[in-house]
Design a protein around this ligand. Structure first.
Ligand code: NI
Length: 131
C-alpha cells in the first residue's frame, strides 16, 4: 500500500462484527479495523500484547488477572493494551469501531479459548484492503 487508505471507506465495505480487516502493516505487525458488537469469547494470546484504540462507540474488556476478574471500559478516543498471557473477553453493548495492533498471524481467538460462538469470526485478519 503506497496510498492513503480511508478507514470509513473500509468500514462501508463490511458489516460483520468480530471480523477484523487488515488496513496496514508496520514491520511485522498488523493494524486491523473491526466492528465490535455483543460479546467476543474468553481467550489468551500467550506471546503478544494486544493494542486497542476505540475509534467510535465504547467497548468493555473483561480481564482475568492474578488479583481477580475485572472489566475495563474503553471509550471513543481511548487506548488500552491487554498484556500477553492475560485471558480477556472484549464486548460492546452499544457497538464500536476499534483499531487493533498485533503481530501478523495473531489469531482473533488467541492460543486458547472458550467455545467460539457462531457470530465470532476465527481469523488472522482479512486482507484485501491492502496489497
Ligand atoms: Ni485478544
Amino acid at each position: 500500500m503506497n496510498q492513503p487508505l480511508d478507514l470509513q471507506t473500509v468500514l462501508d465495505g463490511f458489516d460483520a462484527v468480530w471480523s477484523p480487516r487488515i488496513v496496514a502493516n508496520i514491520n511485522d505487525y498488523d493494524v486491523r479495523l473491526a466492528r465490535f458488537s455483543g460479546e467476543h469469547v474468553w481467550h489468551v494470546h500467550e506471546n503478544t500484547d494486544e493494542f486497542f484504540l476505540v475509534l467510535d462507540g465504547k467497548i468493555q474488556i473483561g480481564l482475568r488477572e492474578p488479583a481477580g476478574e475485572r472489566v475495563v471500559t474503553v471509550g471513543r478516543g481511548s487506548v488500552f493494551v491487554v498484556p500477553r498471557g492475560t485471558f480477556h473477553k472484549p464486548s460492546s453493548r452499544e457497538g464500536a469501531v476499534v483499531l487493533l495492533v498485533e503481530p501478523e498471524g495473531t489469531l482473533s481467538v488467541g492460543d486458547e479459548h472458550d467455545e467460539v460462538p457462531g457470530h465470532v469470526d476465527v481469523t488472522v485478519g482479512h486482507r484485501g484492503e491492502i496489497a
